[in-house]
Design a protein around this ligand. Sequence first.
Ligand code: SF4
Ligand code: SF4
Length: 176
Amino acid sequence: MAKIKKTIRTIKVDADKCNGCRTCEVVCAAVHSLPKYSAINPATSRIHVITHRLNDIWLPVFAGEYTPAECNGRDKYVIDGKEYDECSFCRASCPSRNLFKDPDSGLPLKCDMCEGEERPLCVEWCLNEVLIYEEREEEVEESLEMDDLEVGLESLIEKYGNELVTNAFSRLSHKR
Ligand code: SF4
Ligand code: SF4
């Protein structure tokens, strides 16, 4: 397979600096509302801050890939004496929790690095410098990656079955 240059964009999380202000959730929800900045519903955010006030835990987690399968096992972590709940570090939109799903459609949400913006907005607005944006070039094998539309379609098929989704599309396309 051919090799291509790819820009890898990452956001490093310096979790010790996070104070749980949730500004990152608010700005992410706002920029992804339609039209942009017309609404703020943190349930639509692609970043979620896991909080356990008594344990002094504030952990920003970004929405990653959608997965139709639940894990067979769950992991708990103890770091510096703080115990993190099962699933705390997991970025997946999955069937076993409501996190990273659009509250209206149920479709999975994924961080798109604020496509179309100059820089990720959660990074810009995190005044505690918890979120650090980095870019690097890497040579990778050319592959076909699913775009957001395909990920959404896959989750609809998972939920309703191939036949129902195909029939719905066929009805819609006949109306146009
Ligand atoms: S904006 Fe920064 S400090 Fe506030 S919750 Fe998000 S990551 Fe933490
Ligand atoms: S980079 Fe953009 S899309 Fe991703 S979590 Fe931050 S604000 Fe949301």
